[in-house]
Design a protein around this ligand. Structure first.
Ligand code: PHE
Ligand code: CO
Length: 255
């Protein structure tokens, strides 16, 4: 649970006002530098759905106004952005997703965290996650994930479901006509790992395998050892559609 943000103003659902006027000129400039660096990498390393979506967004100059982006998103896929102080509890997070609301952290990292940050900030959340919410299939999948999260809480299986999120929504790769590309937000927003995950011979790149993913632990403070590669968001949707209840039970009984 990240304690860096200001949770004192948060509502019961952990939402806050973005209060866009409070960002400083220095913060907008830092955001722009982050955006410029990643923009040089994404044509080569990002999946086509992400590249298509960023064009609608006009998000390169300054920290975006969430309400403006939400209007576009609502029209495109019925999603909206909800401002949050940082990481939020599972129940609140899953409930937002299950209602097609994506929580985006309001604060921006410090200049000395340009290359690396452990907690998600507005740059990671916005640049990494929000563009893909314009893709119909991805958007529908994340909605299903949110509902699946509430169910996993009842089944005491959040740890297994969180691994799915980690190896897809955060660090997922996709096969495209141009080769392997990133769609995971942790990759898209990373200055170093975005090229590493595609080009470096060291990490494993395994075909998507739901049960294997749910059995695979992960590390949060360095580049991943293993990535899982999907063929398409349609495949991700299809593979995650079955009832996970027996899968959770099987994994649990063999560990
Ligand atoms: N099919 C999952 C279940 O029954 C729900 C889910 C859908 C989870 C999509 C993640 C992604 O629990
Ligand atoms: Co993220």
């Amino acid at each position: 649970m990240g304690l860096r943000g200001d949770y004192t103003q948060a509502g019961a659902d952990f939402s806050v006002e973005q209060d866009w006027s409070r960002y400083t000129a220095e913060e907008h400039a830092l955001y722009r530098r982050l955006f410029d660096r990643q923009s040089k990498l994404v044509p080569r390393y990002a999946c086509p759905e992400w590249i298509r979506a960023i064009a609608h967004l006009d998000a390169a100059r300054e920290i975006p106004r969430f309400d403006q982006v939400s209007s576009k998103l609502r029209a495109a896929t019925g999603w909206e952005i909800v401002a949050v102080p940082g990481l939020i509890p599972d129940a609140a997070f899953f409930t937002h997703l299950a209602n097609r609301r994506f929580p985006v952290t309001v604060w921006l990292r410090r200049p000395d965290e340009f290359d690396y940050i452990v907690e998600p900030d507005v740059f990671h959340d916005f640049f990494g996650h929000v563009p893909l919410l314009f893709d119909r299939v991805y958007a529908d999948h994340l909605h299903e994930y949110g509902k699946g999260g509430l169910k996993a809480m009842r089944l005491d299986a959040v740890k297994m479901l969180a691994r799915l999120y980690w190896y897809t929504i955060e660090f997922g790769l996709m096969t495209t006509a141009q080769g392997v590309r990133a769609y995971g937000a942790g990759l898209l927003s990373s200055g170093g790992e975005l090229a590493y995950c595609v080009d470096d011979p060291k990490p494993r790149r395994l075909p998507f395998d739901l049960e294997r993913i749910m059995r695979t632990g992960y590390i949060i403070d360095r580049y991943q050892d293993s990535y899982f590669v999907i063929d398409s968001f349609d495949q991700l949707m299809r593979e995650t559609a079955p009832d996970f209840t027996p899968i959770y039970a099987r994994i649990r009984s063999s560990q």
